[in-house]
Design a protein around this ligand. Structure first.
Ligand SMILES: [Zn+2]
Length: 261
């Protein structure tokens, strides 16, 4: 069931995007958020292109997902090679570092320095070369905590810089999910846009199956759980074990003092 409040949020997002004739390039990672944004853009934009960046990420599998999504939708998709492994600084691009579990509370250490800034600049260059006027970035409410270059003040500044630096005078950086949680994004994607989440990839580890421990996995699983639906990437047994574990941890054990006689 979609609540009245959620429908209002969705309509405001859709209407805002429809007001302008957007010729858009989508920064498509291949994850759940950017896939939802791709489907939103198709529903609302005049023209849609997508770029993905192969920055040497551990989870290259996301690029295959991005490619498959665009092929299915018949969207022009370009994978740009832009190697960030030379800098390292994050387990996503330095394979000698381990990916922390969410429980380790070390999410900040996974941030690839300036990765999102590079991606936006590449998208701006693509927009200029292809006569597009809008860059879509799938930054979410949760991203604000750890990614300095996923904040509204950064996007505003970058929009100005890109207008000046590339002479696209009406360039807009659109972040339709900046005030939305991942739970709301999955709700929009599942109920309104029919996003095939089985064709997306989120886990930082990039194995055959999601590790279910890293921060990316945990945030994604939580978003599906709060919507009352299975994450289609996870086997039924593993999903049920995850749910049971959450149920179990809902209750605190009460210490029973023994009667001392
Ligand atoms: Zn994972």
């Amino acid at each position: 069931m979609i609540s009245r409040r959620t429908i209002q949020i969705e309509q405001s997002v859709l209407e805002e995007v429809k007001m302008r004739e957007n010729r858009a390039v989508i920064a498509l990672s291949g994850g759940a958020d950017s896939a939802t944004m791709l489907y939103l853009a198709i529903a609302t934009c005049h023209e849609v292109h997508a770029i993905s960046v192969n920055y040497g990420q551990r989870h290259k599998k996301e690029l295959e997902c991005a490619k498959a999504l665009c092929q299915e939708l018949n969207i022009k998709h370009t994978i740009i090679d832009f190697d960030l492994t030379q800098f390292g600084g994050s387990p996503l691009v330095d394979f000698s570092m381990g990916v922390p579990a969410q429980a380790d509370m070390k999410q900040a250490t996974t941030v690839v320095p300036y990765r999102n800034s590079f991606i936006i600049l590449l998208a701006a260059a693509y927009a200029k070369a292809n006569n597009l006027n809008t860059i879509y970035i799938g930054a979410t409410y949760e991203d604000l905590a750890n990614y300095e270059d996923c904040r509204p003040v950064f996007f505003d500044a970058f929009e100005n810089a890109a207008r000046l630096g590339g002479t696209i005078h009406d360039l807009k950086i659109d972040t339709p999910f900046i005030d939305m949680t991942k739970e709301r994004i999955i709700q929009l994607g599942h109920h309104r846009l029919s996003v095939p989440y089985e064709k997306t990839w989120t886990c930082y580890e990039g194995g055959d199956e999601p590790c279910m421990q890293c921060d990316a996995c945990r945030e994604r699983m939580e978003a599906f759980r709060l919507n009352g639906i299975y994450d289609p990437l996870i086997s039924e047994d593993n999903w049920n074990a995850y749910i049971q574990n959450i149920e179990k941890n809902k209750y605190r054990k009460v210490e029973v003092k023994k009667n001392e006689r």
